[in-house]
Write a protein that binds this ligand. Structure first.
Ligand code: BEZ
Ligand code: FE
Length: 298
């Protein structure tokens, strides 16, 4: 047998019985879902440690990374979530949850990860109004003016295919400088966020910016991990949505600019082909309001 701790040693060279002992320590009154899933977690976790011959020093480095991540969660960012995101875990559980719904017959627009920048209580705006603060456009100058977009569409029931009046479309996006308002002292509170109520035809309509690719925060543990893995932090340009209506399951999703160079290389692996959209040059009626792009998305 290879020497334990040597490169040749593999999981089966260690005492597997140890894992069974840890699993068997779970008591009869354990939380039922935990009792169901922990044996699998423990087996994978222990096998991982054995497979890579994890040393105490390496385990300690991992614990420190998790500790640091846990200390950065202040409404401006949630670093533990971010670490999960760069490891592909949030997108994986999103995919698993979607698959379960699809198996139950759901034909809904695919979901995509919430991400750490959602804020509840975005302003409720009238259809057709803008989520872009004019001060923001002034500050960002010509670049932002070139990105003004009319975004509209309908919210439809997956049960009947019929439009849903009074649904709420909650949208948020980063600025052309790649920052969400809560990360950026230069933007007014709640900039680039808005909630829109669909009309009698189930339609929503807003002015927003054609989105910009941006790096997820990389000055903390998630960024350190990316660097150690020789990875970049960029996400393809996207707009986030939570769509909700009484009597319906809410949908958390994102749409992605199909012309963005990161659509095949998202730092958090959230792109789905059904969520790729093509922004079109605005028709004359809108251009007079400075609108350059338009997109209809149901
Ligand atoms: C976002 O798109 O806002 C996001 C998602 C996952 C990690 C970081 C940012
Ligand atoms: Fe985002």
């Amino acid at each position: 047998a290879p020497k334990l701790g040597s490169r040749e040693a593999k999981a089966h060279d260690y005492d597997r019985n140890y894992t069974d002992v840890v699993i068997a320590a779970t008591g009869p009154n354990a939380n039922p879902r935990l009792a169901q899933i922990m044996p699998s977690l423990l087996r994978h976790l222990h096998d991982f440690a054995r497979e890579v011959n994890l040393t105490v020093a390496e385990w300690t480095a991992g614990v420190e990374l998790i500790n640091q991540a846990g200390q950065i969660s202040d409404g401006k960012r949630n670093e533990t979530q971010l670490v999960c995101d760069v490891l592909g875990l949030e997108s994986l559980v999103d995919e698993i949850t979607s698959k379960i719904l699809q198996q139950q017959g759901s034909t809904a627009t695919p979901s995509a990860v919430l991400g750490p920048f959602y804020r509840e209580d975005a302003p409720v705006l009238h259809n057709g109004s803008s989520i872009v603060a004019s001060t923001g456009v002034a500050e960002w100058g010509a670049a932002a003016a070139e990105m003004l977009t009319h975004l509209s569409g309908r919210v439809l029931s997956t049960a009947t295919g019929q439009p849903i009046p009074n649904a709420i479309v909650d949208a948020w996006e980063a600025g052309p400088n790649g920052m969400y308002e809560q990360q950026d002292p230069g933007q007014p509170d709640m900039n680039l966020r808005g909630r829109f109520r669909t009309d009698e035809q189930g339609r929503y309509s807003m002015l927003c910016l054609r989105p910009t690719a941006y790096p997820i925060p990389f000055d903390g543990p998630a960024g350190r991990l990316l660097k150690l893995l020789d990875r970049h932090p960029y996400r393809p340009a996207h707009v986030h949505f939570i769509v909700s209506a009484d009597g319906h399951r809410p949908l958390t999703t994102q749409i992605f600019d199909s012309e963005d160079k990161y659509t095949k290389d998202d730092a958090v692996f959230a792109v789905k082909k059904e969520l790729l959209v093509t922004f079109k040059e605005a028709k004359a009626a809108h251009v007079s309001n400075g609108v350059k792009w338009e997109l209809e998305y149901d």
